[in-house]
Design a protein around this ligand. Structure first.
Ligand SMILES: Cc1cc2nc3c(=O)[nH]c(=O)nc-3n(C[C@H](O)[C@H](O)[C@H](O)COP(=O)(O)OP(=O)(O)OC[C@H]3O[C@@H](n4cnc5c(N)ncnc54)[C@H](O)[C@@H]3O)c2cc1C
Ligand code: SF4
Ligand code: SF4
Ligand code: SF4
Length: 371
């Protein structure tokens, strides 16, 4: 009698496949999602090196379980499941509401990148004991931000913005990368009593967390709220590329106080001058991995935030999930956030929506042209 198989044998892809399909094609965004799972589950087969994609730290520990492959945002597996769960709609995902919002706190507004909406929602969550803390990033010395788990109001406020404290030391830097691997910190929270946390992240980071949640695996079980940032690309450049931009736009990076990305990159100089750099001039310094990325507006976040489409000092805000709607409405009702009165015309909201859709489509086109 011939043996009957109960199920077809499926050989899961493993870290070797990530190396072939993602790393070797230059698509690894160094988000740390794969390592976060592998180390949170105590498998400890892979690690993030000081720079570059993850590597084996102990190959013998690898169980070939394939979960690192599944959670990687650049593999685009599990997307049908996520699209169904998050009611994905072409081309910028589900949206219960799109609006501009602004913090009501002068201190937050002063520090924030745009309207301080992200920081104010985090403050609302912390003040109401809905979270124990938030994964954000903070400034650490000149020209450097690092992932950071903020557990107090002051720490959340200090993490606001994306200001880079550039100083003379920048001229000595060989290489600079604007990407911050926030979710690598997640694994450190596992095993503590921090069960409810919020994460602020770029689309690739939120994507990886959602995949972990879909698979019900560590360490995403501690994440209760996801606040997603729009993202066109991050930059990675050395002294030569930096000089090219300085020469073309007539400024020195030493004089930059802060940077903001909307439909262009705006550099605020110490003397209050603003240098506007068009995206097409940034292609040379954009990270290659970002050209393999298809999501601009952070489609799987509870709420997404960007500067694009809003006037200065306001944050374009897309409320996507029930959870997102609940906290956004409560933060407005309790006076943490406000919306501009003149936005409440259908025309202005349509303009805002059209801009976000057009950037979303452009990013997708960019991916198709590159790969
Ligand atoms: C790398 C990057 C690229 C972006 N690209 C665009 C774009 O192309 N178009 C656009 O409209 N908007 C873009 N944004 C979003 C925009 O710059 C603002 O972050 C967003 O509008 C929220 O503003 P806010 O004032 O409400 O946030 P804030 O209240 O200032 O809070 C920002 C929060 O984000 C955290 N944070 C900052 N940088 C990072 C990072 N790299 N990773 C994870 N968390 C971080 C801070 O710690 C803080 O908690 C980008 C943001 C980043 C970080
Ligand atoms: S143990 Fe699993 S998650 Fe860790 S590297 Fe191996 S295949 Fe990936
Ligand atoms: S999960 Fe992130 S760090 Fe890991 S291979 Fe994918 S892009 Fe790279
Ligand atoms: S474009 Fe932004 S979201 Fe996409 S890989 Fe680059 S940093 Fe991540």
């Amino acid at each position: 009698m011939s043996e009957t198989k109960l199920v077809d044998e499926i050989v899961p892809k493993s870290f070797e496949d990530l190396i072939k399909e993602v790393h070797e094609k230059g698509l690894c965004g160094e988000c740390g999602g794969c390592v976060s799972f592998c180390s949170a589950a105590e498998l400890k087969a892979i690690e993030m090196p000081p720079s570059g994609p993850p590597v084996y730290s102990n190959k013998d520990n690898c169980l070939h379980c394939g979960l690192c492959y599944l959670v990687c945002p650049q593999t685009y597996v599990l997307n049908d499941e996520l699209n169904e769960r998050f009611n994905y709609r072409v081309s910028i995902g589900n949206r219960k509401k799109i609006t501009s919002s602004q913090s009501t706190s002068e201190e937050v507004k002063r520090r924030a990148t745009d309207g301080g909406a992200v920081t104010s929602i985090l403050l609302y969550l912390l003040d109401h004991n809905l979270i124990k803390g938030a994964l954000v990033c903070k400034k650490e010395g000149p020209f450097k931000r690092v992932p950071f788990f903020a557990t107090t109001r002051q720490q959340i406020i200090e993490a606001a913005g994306s200001h880079f404290d550039l100083s003379k030391q920048v001229s000595g830097l060989e290489h600079y990368d604007t990407f911050i691997p926030t979710i690598t910190k997640l694994k450190k929270i596992v095993g503590t009593d921090m069960m409810n946390i919020a994460v602020v992240g770029t689309p690739c980071q939120i994507h990886s967390i959602r995949k972990m949640q879909e698979l019900s695996i560590l360490p995403a079980h501690v994440v209760k709220y996801t606040l997603g940032l729009f993202c066109n690309f991050n930059f990675s450049f050395d002294a030569e590329a930096r000089k090219k931009i300085e020469d073309k736009y007539g400024f020195a990076f030493e004089d930059v106080e802060s940077m903001n990305i909307k439909d262009f990159l705006a550099l605020q100089l110490r003397n209050n001058e603003t240098i506007v750099i068009e995206f097409q001039d940034l292609n040379d310094i954009a990270r290659k991995a970002c050209f393999g990325c298809r999501d601009f507006s952070n489609v799987y976040a509870d709420i997404s935030f960007g500067g694009l489409g809003s006037k200065d000092e306001y944050t374009t805000t897309i409320v996507r999930t029930n959870v997102g709607e609940e906290i956004y409405n409560a933060a407005v009702k309790e006076g943490y956030l406000k919306e501009p009165i003149d936005l409440n015309t259908a025309v202005k909201k349509s303009e805002m929506l059209a801009k976000v859709i057009s950037f979303g489509k452009r990013k997708f086109e960019r991916y198709k042209e590159t790969f």
